[in-house]
Unconditional design. Structure first.
Length: 195
């Protein structure tokens, strides 16, 4: 059974293969890399690489991108096609709504801001008045019920998936701004566009 995707996959792909970790391990070995080598090249810990390869954790989308880049693999080698899953549905971030897309992008910006400032998850969580677990979920785009977000009151009659919302935690708003700016600067220095 494939691992259902929690992030946007290229068209025609709907989930990570059930043997995702084993495939990564095989390709890492084919490249002549140890787990420590891959960890060093991606900025992950060796234990994290081990847990990903053994299937004990599903990595974040940006981590998957880093690993695939180092191993020179495309997503099609580790994902399941729509046809194979038989669902016929298109891949979307998290819950399939534009709200889920927005949460994911906000989480990415917060994480980029935190990393840019060299701060730990725990330190930012403390300053934001959240637990580290809550902040981690927000950074992954999973924190829809968090007090860090608020729905627009005018949208109260709409289904939850169609309501507009905003990030209301001042520390996270600040970090999202830092992260967005830092991501733009890094892309500009690399000569690439930011989506």
């Amino acid at each position: 059974m494939p691992i259902v995707s929690l992030f946007r996959l290229p068209s025609g792909l709907t989930g990570l293969r059930a043997d995702f970790g084993a495939r990564l391990r095989r390709h890492r070995r084919d490249e002549g890399l140890t787990q420590a080598d891959l960890a060093g090249l991606t900025g992950l810990g060796r234990g994290t690489v081990s847990r990903i390869e053994s299937g004990r954790v599903q990595p974040r989308p940006d981590t998957i991108d880093q690993i695939l880049g180092v191993l020179q693999l495309d997503m099609g080698r580790v994902a399941v096609t729509t046809r194979r899953m038989g669902s016929g549905r298109s891949a979307r971030y998290f819950d399939g709504s534009s709200r889920g897309d927005a949460r994911y992008e906000i989480g990415r910006a917060i994480r980029a801001g935190r990393k840019f400032e060299g701060r730990s998850l725990r330190d930012v969580a403390k300053d934001a008045g959240l637990s580290a677990a809550q902040l981690s979920r927000i950074e992954r785009g999973e924190g829809d019920r968090s007090s860090a977000y608020a729905d627009y009151p005018a949208d109260a009659s709409f289904p939850k998936s169609e309501r507009r919302f905003s990030l209301v935690n001042p520390e996270l708003v600040r970090l999202a701004g830092v992260g967005s700016a830092a991501t733009g600067l890094m892309a500009e220095e690399a000569g690439t566009d930011v989506d």
